[in-house]
Design a protein around this ligand. Structure first.
Ligand code: TYD
Ligand code: MG
Length: 450
């Protein structure tokens, strides 16, 4: 905190002045409070807003909506009286205005300068004395004093360094846009992460409307918070109720579908996992969307070896719907149940969420944050939950009915209305008709705990 609070200018000639000793609790914080952008999902990730004099890098693949997000943020900042400067290094002022008109961001107080050369940008910043400067993008800026073309690593690094210094000296909050390529290398900008205070990553499938904003590095607050947006006709809109969005098109009662509750940032989200199992023609393949592919391979092996669910020779497709992600072990149980359900063509019990990690031995393991996951499930109208057996002294309070299971086998027995159809069938065993199957193993049902 000292580094942002300590004066960076006005203490005499750099290097020569005797630095002032400050009592930490008396450091003057005026002018060092975050400026809320007014875009709630962005402010959430920034822990309040953009800090004067700070530098933020917004990375993302081309087309994710970086320019759109920042234009909306500038318009909102300008509406609350901030002076905003957009350095358009990739687009013309006309193009920027056309987009702003579509976004309703065509407001006074946002200044735009078409510039790609560093000296022109420095000049524009000192002339307009803005509170917030956006440079879109840093890869399009070059410094004639540095060898190499715009976008080369030395250019990007030198230009970013100069811009960060300019922001610090002028007290403006600086935001640099950086394009990331598909393989995740911030084509130069990865080399910028240590130069800036905050690195935001904007992600999303360009064919889906959902976008997630995450803080990869943040000097002024926690990382791990996620902002969710939907890209629409009028730009980006914050998603106020992500669980509702992810469950929008869900059809209850289909085989291969389960619901689970991963925690994204600090928020529990209710999402649907879908699986499709097919006979492999040659080498079994796994197609995974929104989940960790290695984890899915692991779960297929555990189902096969520990729970008698013969998936080893099958092609397996698993996805989280709506462009959501569930890349944490708490989704394991739901993935396993979706696979098992698809294999036997039986839906899992209606109105049920499944939450829990699966271990190598086929045991179910507890996961953090269970109460808030269950509360979110209940809010979305789920009445049953299948979860790992709680440790002594831990009770679950929501939803109405919580079934606990100690192992994947037990969970399979509890998840299907008429018991697990393959109960008792060994590896590679044939499916016994549902109904004639043995009932599920001992499962405690905790009723009326809420
Ligand atoms: P853009 O902000 O230009 O992305 P980036 O700066 O990250 O490259 O947005 C790109 C996509 O967003 C573009 O393909 C069109 C789409 N889009 C909308 O769907 N609605 C809108 O209102 C806007 C401005 C863009
Ligand atoms: Mg852009």
């Amino acid at each position: 905190m000292v580094e942002q609070a300590a004066p960076t200018s006005g203490s005499g000639p750099a290097g020569n002045a005797v630095p002032e000793l400050l009592a930490l609790n008396e450091v003057d914080m005026d002018g060092h409070r975050p400026l809320p952008t007014g875009i709630d999902e962005l402010d959430r990730v920034l822990s309040g807003g953009l800090l004067p004099g700070s530098a933020t890098l917004l990375g993302g693949e081309p087309g994710t909506g970086k320019s759109t997000l920042l234009l909306q943020a500038l318009a909102s900042l300008a509406a609350s009286g901030r002076r905003c400067l957009l350095v358009a290094a990739e687009e013309s002022a006309h193009q920027v205005r056309r987009r702003a008109q579509r976004l309703g961001a065509d407001v006074p107080g946002v200044f735009v300068v078409e510039a790609t050369q560093l000296p022109a940008i420095v000049e524009a910043v000192s002339r307009s004395a803005p509170d917030v400067v956006v440079v879109d993008s840093v890869q399009a800026v070059s410094d004639p004093a540095v060898p190499g073309g715009a976008g080369s690593v030395p250019q990007v690094r030198e230009c970013a360094q100069s811009l960060v210094a300019l922001g610090k000296a002028s007290g403006a909050a600086l935001v640099l846009v950086g394009h990331v390529t598909k393989d995740g290398s911030l084509a130069g900008p990865r080399a910028l992460e240590h130069l800036v205070d905050t690195v935001l990553s904007f992600e999303g499938d360009r064919y889906l409307s959902l976008r997630a904003l995450r803080a990869v590095k943040h000097r002024f607050g926690p990382t791990g918070e996620t902002g969710l947006f939907e890209m629409g006709e009028q730009g980006l809109k914050g998603v106020a109720d992500p669980s509702a969005l992810f469950l929008e098109d869900r059809r209850e009662g289909s085989a291969g579908s389960t619901v689970t509750v991963p925690i994204e940032g600090y928020r529990p989200l209710v999402v649907e996992v879908q699986a499709l199992v097919g006979r492999a023609s040659q080498v079994p393949r796994r197609f995974v969307t929104g989940l960790d592919p290695g984890r899915v391979g692991f779960l297929v092996a555990v189902l096969d070896r520990r729970a008698g669910v013969p998936l080893g020779d099958c092609d397996v497709y698993v996805s989280v719907t709506g462009g959501a992600r569930a890349a944490e072990p708490a989704a394991d149980l739901a993935i396993c149940l979706a696979l098992a359900s698809s294999l036997v063509g039986e839906p899992v019990a209606p109105g049920m969420v499944a939450i829990g990690e699966v271990g190598l031995g086929g045991e179910l393991r507890r996961v953090a944050g269970m109460p808030k996951r269950l509360a979110e499930a209940r809010r979305m109208g789920f009445t049953r939950a299948l979860v790992p057996a709680p440790g002594p002294g831990h009770g679950h309070r929501a939803p109405d009915e919580v079934s606990v299971a100690a192992s994947l086998r037990e969970a399979l027995g509890a998840a299907f209305a008429r018991g697990w159809p393959l109960e008792g069938a060994g590896r590679g065993g044939r499916k016994t008709p549902p109904g004639s199957a043995a009932p599920g193993r001992t499962v405690h049902t905790l009723r009326g705990m809420g």
